[in-house]
Design a protein around this ligand. Structure first.
Ligand code: PHE
Ligand code: ZN
Length: 876
């Protein structure tokens, strides 16, 4: 067998044949679903009349084929594992096909599959070709009419995109529903759901006064977990009208929850399909973080109705066109709905850990890749989150008003079309008259730019000289990088006044908080009339997705922590201060020297704990130390054990020095108010739980008792899960074992809670974890076929750094075994699961060898193209 081959952006050709209208009839059956398609097709006027018709199709068994009512014989077409080719077709014709597929044996969860007995589909990116023969590419857009036939008992509910137009019972007793979607769409937005589902219904009146019926379809036992998603949907619909002027365009909007799903959710037109973990919430089963996640994902999928569906992508290289923009939209929505600074802190904190690591590893790729082997491998943090950062930079460069005009122009001009990133950025340039040609490099150049900054205050002339130098490290296939257009939002904070000073640049007063533009390799900015020595506050609100190095002293950082007017940079100053202290401790650990805690960190924390900060959620973030993963990102070679030991030492030192303060904060924030997912309550819970975590790092009887009490009070899942996690992650097995057992038994019926039960256990620092993972993989609630379970157990274990990176290599071997098994069942999930092994370059020689050996072992298997692509890159 030959190796899978890449597809190149530069090879793009418009389709020779378009589908104008698609009619589908599904006769559902677990092992033999019949799909009849009737496609109204036209040759593109500029295409060659002799162009053959090539349709995509995989895992289909063809039963009949006809053109304009004439049955085709074997000699009229050619079949391969991936295509159906008809050599000669008229300029306009109707193609009819009849195929059989087997949803029950579809473990890849792409195309039509069964989850918990119900039928559902997942077609993005290239799943539709597992349903019928079709030009499976986003630049072919058709109207759809779909009839679903099912068993009235087993599948009382039959759903598809658009509006139901007909239903009835057939002679054989089976029933059917016909759906019509009037909006032309690419086939990746097709959806079908059939099963024994129940609905919760609500209504929304759009800005033009139309009534939209909203339905959330779930299995019966989940009917009490839909309130929050429905409320979030209505908020998102209103927000998109108010913020972007975008109105919903059908009379019905449906969301369905399914248990087996590869990703978070999918924006199918009028029929969004969700991973149950991304939609179901109840105070007793979901944490605050899960509530916020649901709100964000419901909004994200809804926003795709415009940014993705009405205006879609020309080809999959343009994926970030819809994903980057839509992530940016959902981030702004969540920021407006909750605490804006906290949303930014959390997003950036995650971004700098996970996306920076991706951008520095062997699978680094630009926001718009120029080639890929398997597109499902490109649903990445780079395409999504870095894509969103680039859209955010555009918003900041243009200002909101011009950006909104650019967005209006984009939606108006390209409505109903499949377009490119140039089309989007072109609208932004057109409305603003800003030259964005250099800016376009953000889309083609991979890697995280680094800025080395340094500044000098010239007392005699009252000037501040700020020099910025940029470089982007080489990434695979891109050895040489060009300078990017980097907007640096900044201020100069006067050390005497503690205030932002007015900035004067080239004789112009540009305000106290301004954006300077770094476009060359190196630039010096001379600020004049600087009356006092300042500390620069750079890259405020994370104004560009870069690493910024500035030689701050600990005194500078302590000063910014209390004086910076930018909330994000106040938090970042605290993180930088903690990192400096952690650096010393990591070195001490490595050299076998006694660890000494930096008093400046303790004093900074004392100040925070006793300040009357009104945003408790921000305070909770400021009291949270950088994660082990983020600390690791700062080290040239990751010393897993030293990082863990140093971070634990800081946690315990802070807890011992500030025990009374933490206790006071904990007690002041305990509340017995009934649970509500409001920003105020969530902020209070997060602050209280941060304090409890510090107290529990001492593991004294009083802290353990507090934890036990919080667990036993059983007020809501946020508090219960946090308390249980702290107990399980402590050495007090006498207390934690019974709690864990009780929890597992009480929730055995709820898969989403059992996922949490798995994760809590496999993330503990104790060295028995690997055996526990092996044991839990045999647990009846675990299944390799369910992506949520794989993520909750095996994925979570791979984030447990000290245990995954055990020196006997057993952690790596366990992951590789899982990848090999999943490679057969679900290649998409298998390819994602490998990620931690692909980062082998970052570790010491011994671990490098062990990790590579596992990658080599995977490579010797017969591999899916998904896993093949990742392993090839990782070993290149
Ligand atoms: N398009 C989905 C989203 O971002 C993600 C997705 C991709 C889901 C591929 C399933 C398969 O909203
Ligand atoms: Zn999306």
């Amino acid at each position: 067998m030959s190796d899978p081959q890449p597809v190149y952006l530069s090879d793009y050709q418009p389709p020779a044949y378009h589908v104008i209208h698609t009619e589908l009839t599904f006769d559902l059956d677990p092992t033999e679903t019949r799909v009849k398609a009737r496609l109204t097709m036209q040759r593109h006027p500029s295409a060659d009349a002799a162009a053959p018709l090539v349709l995509d199709g995989e895992h289909l068994s063809l039963r009949a084929l006809a053109i304009d009512g004439q049955a085709l014989s074997d000699a009229d077409y050619q079949l391969t594992d991936e295509t159906l080719t008809i050599t000669r077709v008229p300029a306009a014709f109707t193609l009819e096909s009849d195929v059989a597929i087997s949803p029950s044996s579809n473990t890849a969860l792409e195309g039509l599959y069964q989850s918990n007995g119900m039928y559902c589909t997942q077609c993005e990116a290239e799943g539709f070709r597992r349903i019928t023969y079709y030009p499976d590419r986003p630049d072919v857009m058709a109207t759809f009419k779909v009839t679903v036939i099912g068993d009235a008992q087993k599948e009382p509910v039959l759903l598809a995109n658009g509006n139901p137009v007909e239903q009835g019972t057939r002679e054989d007793g089976r029933h059917f529903v016909t759906w019509e979607d009037p909006h032309p769409k690419p086939c990746y937005l097709f959806a079908l759901v059939a099963g024994d589902l129940q609905k919760v219904e609500d209504h929304f009146t759009t800005m033009s006064g139309r009534d939209v019926t909203l339905q959330l379809w779930v299995e019966k036992e989940n009917l009490d977990k839909t309130d929050h998603a429905m409320a979030s949907l209505k908020r998102a619909m209103r927000w998109d009208e108010e913020t972007y002027g975008r109105e919903y365009d059908l009379d019905l909007f449906m969301i369905v929850a399914v248990n087996d799903f590869n990703m978070g959710a999918m924006e199918n037109k009028g029929l969004n399909i969700f991973n149950s973990a991304a939609v179901l919430t109840h105070p007793k089963t979901a944490t605050d973080a899960a509530f916020q996640n649901v709100e964000g994902i419901v909004a994200h999928e809804y926003f795709h109705n415009w940014s993705g569906n009405r205006v879609t992508c020309r080809d999959w290289f343009q994926l970030s066109l819809k994903e980057g923009f839509t992530v940016f939209r959902d981030q702004c929505f969540s920021a407006d709905t909750n605490s804006a600074p906290v949303k930014r802190i959390q997003d950036v904190s995650f971004f700098r850990t996970a996306q920076f690591a991706e951008d520095a590893g062997p699978t680094a790729h630009p926001i718009r890749p120029d080639h890929y082997i398997e597109i499902t491998n490109f649903y990445t943090l780079t395409i999504y989150e870095k894509g969103a950062e680039v859209v955010r930079m555009l918003r900041n460069l243009l200002g909101w008003e011009a950006f909104r005009r650019g967005s209006d122009l984009y939606f108006e001009r390209f409505d109903g079309q499949a377009v490119t990133i140039e089309d989007f950025v072109g609208c932004m340039a057109e409305v603003s008259d800003i030259d964005l040609s250099q800016f376009m490099r953000w889309y083609s150049q991979a890697g995280t730019p680094e800025i080395d900054a340094h500044g000098e205050y010239d007392y005699a002339n009252a000037e501040y000289h700020l020099t910025l130098r940029q470089r982007t490290p080489a990434t695979p296939g891109q050895p040489d990088k060009q300078p990017l257009h980097i907007p640096v939002r900044m201020g100069l904070v006067g050390t005497k006044s503690g205030q932002d000073l007015t900035l004067t640049l080239d004789g112009n007063k540009i305000g106290k908080d301004a954006v300077i533009h770094l476009t060359d390799d190196e630039q010096t900015f001379i600020f004049t009339e600087v009356a006092e020595a300042p500390v620069p506050s750079l890259l405020r609100d994370f104004s560009a997705p870069v690493k910024l190095h500035f030689p701050y002293s600990r005194e500078d950082l302590a000063f910014l922590l209390t004086h910076d007017s930018d909330g994000f940079n106040r938090w970042d100053a605290g993180q930088r201060l903690a990192l400096l202290a952690l650096d010393d401790l990591i070195a001490a650990h490595r050299n076998g020297v006694e660890k000494v805690m930096d008093n400046r960190v303790i004093e900074a924390f004392r100040l925070l704990l006793t300040s009357s900060m009104d945003d408790k959620a921000v305070l909770a973030e400021m009291l949270t130390l950088p994660s082990e993963a983020y600390i690791a990102e700062q080290q040239p070679i990751v010393d897993v054990d030293a990082i863990h030991a140093a971070r634990e030492f800081v946690r315990q030192s802070l807890a011992l020095a500030l025990r009374d303060e933490f206790l006071a904060v904990y007690k002041a924030n305990v509340s017995d108010a009934p649970y509500a997912p409001t920003p105020e309550q969530m902020a209070q819970r997060s602050l209280k739980n941060v304090a409890l975590a510090y107290l529990m790092s001492i593991e004294d009887d009083e802290s353990v008792a507090l934890c036990e009490a919080q667990f036993a009070t059983d007020h809501n899942m946020t508090d219960v899960r946090h308390a249980l996690t702290l107990l399980v992650h402590s050495d007090r097995d006498d207390v934690s074992a019974p709690a864990l057992k009780a929890f597992g038994e009480a929730w055995a019926h709820d898969p989403l809670v059992m996922d949490q039960w798995f994760t809590i256990q496999v993330t503990r620092p104790q060295p028995d974890v690997l055996e526990r993972v092996e044991y839990l993989m045999q647990h009846p609630a675990f299944s390799m076929k369910n992506p949520n379970k794989v993520r909750a157990l095996i994925g979570a274990f791979a984030q447990n750094r000290i245990n995954f990176h055990r020196l006997d290599g057993k952690g790596y071997a366990l992951l590789a075994d899982a990848v090999i098994e999943l490679n057969r069942l679900n290649p998409e999930i298998a390819a994602r699961l490998i990620t931690p092994l692909t980062r082998w370059q970052r570790f010491d020689e011994t671990r490098q060898q062990l990790m590579r050996a596992e990658l080599e072992r995977i490579k010797r298997e017969p591999l899916s193209s998904n896993v093949f692509e990742v392993v090839e890159k990782a070993l290149a």
